[in-house]
Design a protein around this ligand. Structure first.
Ligand code: F6P
Ligand code: MN
Length: 319
């Protein structure tokens, strides 16, 4: 049973990237301990602010954000961070090499029902000789040098990729370290399960409505196959299930707000998850483009997301 520190030390990754990964994941272990205290620590409920997306911040959104922000800004290798909970990027060290974008607590509405949440991160290597600006972050996802998430569930798990497959680690709470529990993740090409918030069906494009109608029609419909549905309401939980046992996850564009191309954020939700899905043999698209090819225009940009089993993503796009 190899620990994360052993795996990193014996890898060919630059020490600087190892340090960023170590700090990020160690901070997630601290977030995990904080989450475990729940109501006893007085940390549930609202913080009383809105983030840049106009969403109300939970106390734990703010606490997790501050923990990651403080830890990463202190690291000399870090050039800047971008977070769901920060309006603007936060520059760190001008001579730092790495840009890190993160969603400190994905699915935070699950917190109050003691259900799954996670931290999602995306890392780029981008040197410069001036303090970082937002423009530095506007790099397509296929340039990520590492991406992953920590899932705070019944056990705490780290899943990440440095561009050479996807590995899963489980937190040994007694030793406070991640232990490699699955060295390589392979995603089946066919799906048996879909994750889609069906309550939004009437707002989707006709094509997306037709696709969902055919999924639900099961064996008697044109797909001639029964599908099961699951919705964790935390992308990190749905993507984790897909990496474990397959399926497709979709958060489509909808006409509730036609100015928004989707709900999920490109830089710290769609891109890191797209890297993991592709690295395990799946596909990740918007309605029209491969997610990792998108040239970002802003750090909080939203996109439609269709990801998971390769053949099922193709099927969905064929509508
Ligand atoms: O971060 C946005 C998010 O919470 C995702 O984690 C999740 O997949 C989605 O929103 C849930 O959306 P809904 O509120 O439609 O269930
Ligand atoms: Mn999120």
């Amino acid at each position: 049973m190899q620990s994360l520190s052993n795996v990193l030390a014996s890898s060919s990754l630059p020490t600087s990237l190892q340090n960023v990964l170590t700090t990020t994941t160690q901070t997630c272990i601290d977030i995990s301990s904080t989450l475990k205290k729940g109501s006893l620590a007085g940390i549930l409920g609202m913080a009383g602010n809105e983030n840049v997306q106009g969403e109300e911040q939970k106390k734990l959104d703010v606490i997790s954000n501050d923990m990651l922000k403080d830890a990463l800004l202190a690291l000399p290798e870090v050039r800047a961070i971008a977070s769901e909970e920060e309006d603007d990027i936060v520059p760190a060290h001008t001579d730092g090499e790495y840009l890190i974008a993160f969603d400190p607590l994905d699915g935070s509405s699950n917190i109050d029902i003691n259900s799954m949440v996670g931290t999602i991160f995306s890392i780029y290597s981008k040197k410069g000789d001036k303090p970082a600006t937002e423009a530095d972050f506007l790099i397509s996802g296929n340039q990520q040098v590492a991406a992953g998430y920590v899932l705070y569930g019944p056990s705490t798990m780290l899943v990440f990729s440095t561009g050479n497959g996807v590995a899963m680690y489980t937190l040994d709470v007694d030793k406070s370290e991640f232990i490699l529990t699955q060295a390589s993740v392979t995603l089946a090409k066919e799906a048996q399960e879909f994750a889609l918030n069906m309550s939004n069906q009437r707002f989707w494009s006709d094509n997306m409505q037709n696709y969902a109608r055919d999924l639900i029609a099961g064996k008697e419909g044109p797909r001639q196959k029964n599908f099961n549905m699951r919705w964790v309401a935390a992308m990190v939980g749905d993507v984790h299930r897909i990496l474990c046992r397959g399926g497709i996850f979709i958060y489509p564009w909808d006409k509730k707000d036609p100015t928004k191309p989707g709900k999920l954020r490109l830089m710290y939700e769609a891109n890191p998850m797209a890297m993991l899905i592709e690295q395990s043999g799946g596909k990740a698209y918007t309605h029209t483009h491969r997610i990792l090819d998108i040239q970002p225009t802003g750090i909080h940009q939203r996109v439609a997301v269709i990801l998971g089993a390769a053949n099922e993503v193709d099927k969905c796009l064929s509508y």
